[in-house]
Ligand binder design. Structure first.
Ligand SMILES: CC(C)(COP(=O)(O)OP(=O)(O)OC[C@H]1O[C@@H](n2cnc3c(N)ncnc32)[C@H](O)[C@@H]1OP(=O)(O)O)[C@@H](O)C(=O)NCCC(=O)NCCS
Length: 165
């Protein structure tokens, strides 16, 4: 700290530009569903699937808010063997490029660490450069490629992030 400095330390929650992330709640499902539809179209999770996934994994889901509205999410699932998956990840188009994606991934990975996950997997469409960039930045590496992961014409790379406790 500078000699003679008398100011109050600027805490993260006082910075308007730091995206706020929190655990999802049931009332967030409509917003998550709406973002899924905008982003993933015919591959969007139907509401009833989100609702059932929420029963199993909702305690580990992370959402970001902008002006009190859900503007992004990571849907994390973990099996009984320390393996987690990010089953969904998106930020609303109007909120992109402001750090929400990175903040969401970091918060979701912190949650994976808390629940003692040892590896986290995610699928990404080849050519999705923004997502690739972020996954790589937070420590994911390429693990596999499936030419028809989500069916014919829907190839995906599988990335993994290993957590060392
Ligand atoms: C991927 C996504 C979640 C990123 O959200 P975001 O809020 O814009 O993310 P951030 O603002 O934290 O960071 C964006 C990063 O991507 C980079 N980026 C953006 N477009 C890029 C591109 N075409 N190529 C490479 N990097 C790119 C930015 O430079 C930034 O990186 P930096 O922080 O190192 O400068 C968002 O683009 C999205 O919702 N996409 C559609 C859904 C999707 O693809 N989900 C992932 C499924 S695998």
């Amino acid at each position: 700290m500078r000699q003679g400095w008398r100011g109050t330390p600027l805490l993260a929650f006082e910075q308007p530009d730091v995206p706020a992330c929190r655990t999802a709640s049931l009332s967030d499902l409509d917003a998550i569903r709406a973002l899924e539809v905008v982003e993933f179209e015919h591959l969007a999770y139907p509401y009833f699937v989100l609702r059932q996934l929420f029963e199993l994994h909702g305690a580990n889901w992370t959402v970001a808010e902008d002006a009190g509205e859900v503007c992004g999410y990571v849907l994390t699932a973990i099996d009984g063997d320390s393996t987690a998956w990010f089953l969904g990840f998106a930020v609303a188009p109007g909120c992109r490029g402001r750090g929400y994606g990175r903040a969401l991934l970091e918060a979701a990975l912190a949650q994976c660490r808390t629940i003692r996950a040892e590896q986290v997997f995610v699928t990404v469409k080849p050519g999705n450069r923004a997502a690739y960039h972020l996954y790589k930045e937070v420590g994911f590496v390429w693990a596999d490629h499936d030419v028809a992961y989500f069916g014919v014409g829907e190839p995906r790379d599988v990335l993994v992030h290993r957590i060392y406790h």
